[in-house]
Design a protein around this ligand. Structure first.
Ligand code: MN
Length: 400
């Protein structure tokens, strides 16, 4: 059967962010969503490069996989050149439709779904720390959805010299609906609701409904939805519809223009530290779980959980690093002790009630005296030398 596509796409800044770091493309046969991460607009840059490179490379005859690999190199190289963009990266979930085949390339925690016969199936795996925990059986998907570490990616595009991409394909049928979404949508709207909203025949109304629903669930993050519907080619022609690809795209910001926002985005790094500061609720921006950045495992209640392999590895790595750090006596970070800006020796972790740091010095500067920017620098818990930590305390107004 000759299948053709109809599609619609919409990206929305959401209710709390000052910039849209999501980007997408919806130009049949290529569809993709990218959700960038990194401070100072670097996330937008990374997502923009991913989408642009994908379009260029596939238009020049390259495979999706080659295109994604190329995008990875571009982002990685740019991040290496520019300290402001160090660590930037992006998710990428892309599909190219060729006849009745959908080829996917995927990395990160944006998602690809297939709605068939009223059933919604997630085609992609979440490359996030909590996604790994779910696959290990340590937590349930419901727990993952509200876990404080849900925004930490285990894989992303542009953060390593070579990207570990998932590549897969799906045979399509008439009536199938594909959804590509950023976590601002799929992280908050339950899949039952997604299935219901995707069943709409009017695709424009469909993407608008998806964005509206994400906002009703808080709209904390940028929200992006790309919806593609597969129809019989001859049928569409008989109906007098413009045959293939009627573009219904509400193209708000395919690759968002640079924003004019200066500060106040209390987002940036997800803090990986011991639980004093109640970041518990919404780790706002994405961040990559780097080599030194494995956070403590999710808290478990009551019954004994199956011990996750990842968890054991994280603890072992933490213990080794701490032993090394303490032995060398050279890692310090700035944080808060009893309400005052303080310097700690060790690592800003707490695993199962065990702290991997101790107080080195408490300044007389109350944390309440800091402005948003200073507070963010303190909460970041960047590791460094004793001198660097003391410099930071001075820089925010303390005098150790
Ligand atoms: Mn997001």
């Amino acid at each position: 059967m000759n299948l053709v596509t109809r599609h619609a796409a919409l990206s929305d800044i959401g209710l709390h962010r000052q910039a849209n770091e999501d980007a997408y493309i919806a130009e049949a046969p290529l569809f993709a969503v990218a959700d960038g991460m990194g401070g100072a607009q670097a996330g937008e840059v990374a997502a923009g490069i991913a989408i642009e490179t994908l379009a260029q490379t596939t238009a020049a005859g390259g495979s999706l996989q080659e295109a994604a690999a190329q995008a990875n190199t571009r982002i990685f190289d740019l991040a290496a050149e520019d300290p402001d963009r160090a660590g930037m990266g992006t998710t990428l979930t892309a599909v190219r439709i060729a006849g009745a085949q959908a080829e996917f390339v995927h990395i990160g925690d944006s998602r690809a779904y297939l709605l068939r016969g009223g059933e919604l199936r997630q085609l992609s795996e979440d490359h996030s720390l909590v996604g790994e925990w779910v696959r290990e059986g340590a937590i349930t998907p419901e727990e993952a959805a509200v876990n404080r570490y849900r925004s930490i990616l285990s894989r992303a595009l542009g953060t390593e010299p070579r990207a570990e991409l998932d590549v897969f394909s799906v045979d399509l049928e008439r009536g199938d609906v594909l959804l590509l979404s950023s976590d601002g949508l799929s992280g908050v709207v339950p899949s039952k609701r997604l299935a219901k909203l995707l069943a709409k025949d009017d695709l424009q109304a469909c993407v608008q409904g998806l964005v509206r629903e994400a906002k009703q669930h808080g709209g904390h993050d940028n929200i992006t939805a790309v919806v593609v519907r597969l129809e019989a080619g001859d049928e569409a022609a008989e109906d007098g519809e413009a045959t293939a690809d009627v573009t219904l795209s509400a193209a708000d910001q395919a690759t968002a223009p640079p924003p004019s926002q200066a500060e106040g985005e209390a987002a940036a790094d997800v803090t990986l530290s011991g639980g004093d500061q109640a970041a518990a609720d919404a780790p706002s921006s994405k961040s990559a779980a780097g080599a030194v950045a494995a956070p403590p495992p999710p808290p478990r209640a009551a019954k004994r959980p199956p011990v996750s392999r990842l968890l054991i590895v994280a603890v072992v790595v933490a213990v080794l690093l701490v032993t090394a750090a303490v032995a060398a006596n050279e890692l310090y970070f700035v944080g808060v002790d009893q309400g005052y800006v303080s310097v700690f020796r060790g690592l800003p972790w707490q695993v199962g009630g065990l702290e991997f740091h101790r107080l080195y010095l408490r300044s007389a500067l109350p944390v309440t005296a800091l402005n948003a920017d200073q507070s963010q620098r303190v909460q970041r818990h960047s590791l460094g030398s004793k001198g660097a930590a003391l410099d930071l305390v001075r820089a925010v107004g303390g005098s150790p």
